[in-house]
Design a protein around this ligand. Sequence first.
Ligand SMILES: CC(C)(COP(=O)(O)OP(=O)(O)OC[C@H]1O[C@@H](n2cnc3c(N)ncnc32)[C@H](O)[C@@H]1OP(=O)(O)O)[C@@H](O)C(=O)NCCC(=O)NCCS
Length: 195
Amino acid sequence: MERTFLRIIIRTLRVTDIPALHKMYNSFSGITKRFFHPGFLGVENINLNWFFVQMALTLSTTSILKRLLLGICPYAVFLPLVAVNEQNNVVAFAFLKVKRRLLCNGFSAMLGIGVRDKYQGKGLGSMLIEAIIDVARREGIQKISSSVLTDNVVAVRLYEKYGFKKVRLIKNGDAWRGHKYDSIEMWLDVSNSGS
Ligand SMILES: CC(C)(COP(=O)(O)OP(=O)(O)OC[C@H]1O[C@@H](n2cnc3c(N)ncnc32)[C@H](O)[C@@H]1OP(=O)(O)O)[C@@H](O)C(=O)NCCC(=O)NCCS
């Protein structure tokens, strides 16, 4: 899939984008990282899990392997999108990580999204969410969850705009650089969201 926005293209992550993805994450401001720190981006938190996730991300960039994994080990599957500018720099990233197989068929997945600071507030996050919801529909993801810090007003508004509902408040639900933060769990029922 490929979408053009101003001079930015939103497309599926390619294996060759992975170094640029880490570079983008390393360039995020402190506040952006406080709001979005999935634990497998950048060089701040390298551990065994970090390496496993790099492998899962890499496998998920090949559609045949992704399909195979969805059948035999769906919890290792990432559905990642990037936004790249004219210089081919990654300026935003969104991913779905498959979490559960649902009784009613299909999967639930966790959503993560981060836009480079100077590209925020220009509609790119909205474009990425629309694109990732399309991906969810195509790949059989029925429910999408996200955990948002309570003071992340922009992300809460963005998610609500696309039909996510606040489900519960989690006291000290997130930790970052030695501090704990309250978070909100939000869910989207993909089949009930606009097409
Ligand atoms: C949250 C984030 C992904 C949104 O992407 P974005 O490109 O900045 O968002 P958009 O420009 O598409 O705006 C989306 C909505 O957010 C709200 N919004 C945007 N800028 C805002 C601001 N400065 N103040 C309040 N609300 C704002 C608006 O409701 C807007 O929709 P609208 O313009 O149709 O009203 C991006 O800001 C980001 O990466 N933030 C840091 C990391 C993060 O918070 N990730 C999410 C973790 S859960």
